[in-house]
Design a protein around this ligand. Structure first.
Ligand SMILES: Cc1cc2nc3c(=O)[nH]c(=O)nc-3n(C[C@H](O)[C@H](O)[C@H](O)COP(=O)(O)OP(=O)(O)OC[C@H]3O[C@@H](n4cnc5c(N)ncnc54)[C@H](O)[C@@H]3O)c2cc1C
Length: 363
């Protein structure tokens, strides 16, 4: 018997485990594959929503709380695991978009540093930039993390602290007794728990259907490509027309990403490769001469407006949900995990939980 069983060991499940373990609970994560190998591995690791002002305020509230916590959190996990998640404050340069009034009002509301940058300033910030625009937005505080390393370091740190990982084991259902769930059925047997948390990413909607809840979380495929360059060739995260580049410390640069509703299909396509390569050459022409090292796809846990569900299940007193983070699970993760733990432990919550209830996520 464990205090809490968490279904899914992506970033959301693992960060939730960290919070609950820190509060003194015995936590078991059950993962169908290998931990942190789905969306949390595939993503870009930008610690900000793209065009953050376009999202509902509950997304910005989670993102802002996490952004303030991230440097310290990553330093802790690095020290606990010995694996560097490669946090870097590279800033975010947004070349398009922007109704001034909306953008500045959002920055004020969320106490976010924001500057306008003319063409000369854009080129100074990112000398490799292809075509500066007449005016851009510059968010100097935005950081990034190398998410494949982040999930690895988090998994290692949690295991060292005594969190239990059960991998290659799929949860097949929830055992119910009146208004409580007594644990989960898996393809390797029953696991009893006082509390159950669903953090199954894109699979959460399907998982929860068995509990009578129709949570609108569906897979949204995202394809990315990776170029191999030299350290310092590209310095900033640059976003234009929905396409972005993310420079890593070792000279690799990611370019993303597509948004495709094709079910649970993680294959890559030639058309996306061509489209992302074109975007890369437009944003940073020097990438055209770099070796294309990798092309992959991941399944985001898509929710209608990007607001995740962080809540107790309406039908069961001890069943919780932390799912539907769509394009921003990395940046929202720490706050989302803390809020879920606050609810489960009946503590004062870091943010008003009302906006993340099961009936709120479809806008
Ligand atoms: C191309 C791309 C780019 C992205 N870029 C960014 C970015 O720059 N910044 C950002 O903040 N976010 C980004 N994201 C989004 C972010 O990656 C996700 O929101 C986040 O990783 C979701 O985490 P999760 O733990 O909910 O899901 P996942 O990482 O998918 O984890 C869910 C886990 O649950 C497991 N599971 C499912 N069903 C079961 C079952 N029945 N039994 C046991 N285990 C099960 C799965 O195997 C999986 O490991 C990006 C995503 C993609 C695809």
């Amino acid at each position: 018997m464990t205090d809490v069983v968490i279904v899914g060991a992506g970033l959301i499940g693992m960060l939730t485990a960290r919070e609950l373990h820190a509060a003194g609970l015995r936590v078991t994560l059950i993962e169908r594959g290998a931990s942190g190998r789905e969306s949390s591995w595939a993503g870009g690791g930008i610690l900000s929503p793209l065009y953050p002002w376009r999202y509902p305020d509950p997304v910005s509230a989670l993102a802002r709380w996490s952004q303030q916590r991230y440097p310290e959190l990553l330093a802790e996990i690095h020290a606990q695991s010995g694996i560097d998640p490669e946090y870097a404050r590279s800033g975010l340069l947004i070349l398009d978009d922007g109704n001034d009034a909306d953008v500045t009002a959002w920055a004020k509301r969320f106490d976010t540093q924001l500057e306008t940058a003319d063409a000369a300033r854009q080129c100074a910030l990112e000398p490799a930039l292809g075509m500066p625009s007449a005016r851009a937005w510059w968010l100097p505080e935005v950081g990034q993390v190398r998410n494949p390393r982040f999930v690895k370091s988090l998994r290692t740190a949690l295991e060292r602290q005594g969190v239990q990982f059960v991998e290659q084991r799929a949860v097949t259902g929830f055992r119910q007794q009146g208004e409580r769930v007594t644990g989960v059925d898996t393809d390797g047997g029953f696991v009893a728990a006082d509390h159950t948390v669903v953090a199954g990413g894109a699979w959460s909607g399907d998982l929860l259907r068995a509990t009578g809840l129709d949570l609108p979380v569906v897979p949204v495929r995202g394809q990315m490509i990776l170029f191999r360059g030299r350290p310092g060739d590209v310095r900033r995260i640059v976003l234009d027309g929905g396409r972005y580049v993310i420079p890593r410390r070792d000279g690799r640069t990611l370019v993303g990403s597509t948004l495709e509703r094709v079910g649970f299909d993680k294959s890559t396509t030639e058309s996306a490769l061509a489209e992302l390569s074109t975007a890369a050459a437009r944003l940073i022409p020097a990438l055209g001469a770099c070796e294309l090292e990798h092309h992959w796809a991941g399944l985001r846990p898509g929710s209608p407006t990007g607001v995740p569900c962080i809540a107790r299940h309406p039908g069961f007193a001890n069943l919780y949900i932390n799912a539907g983070h769509y394009r921003n699970g990395v940046v929202m993760g720490p706050a989302s995990a803390r809020l879920l733990a606050d609810l489960l432990l009946n503590r004062p919550a870091i943010l008003n939980p009302a906006g993340y209830a099961t009936d709120k996520i479809d806008g």
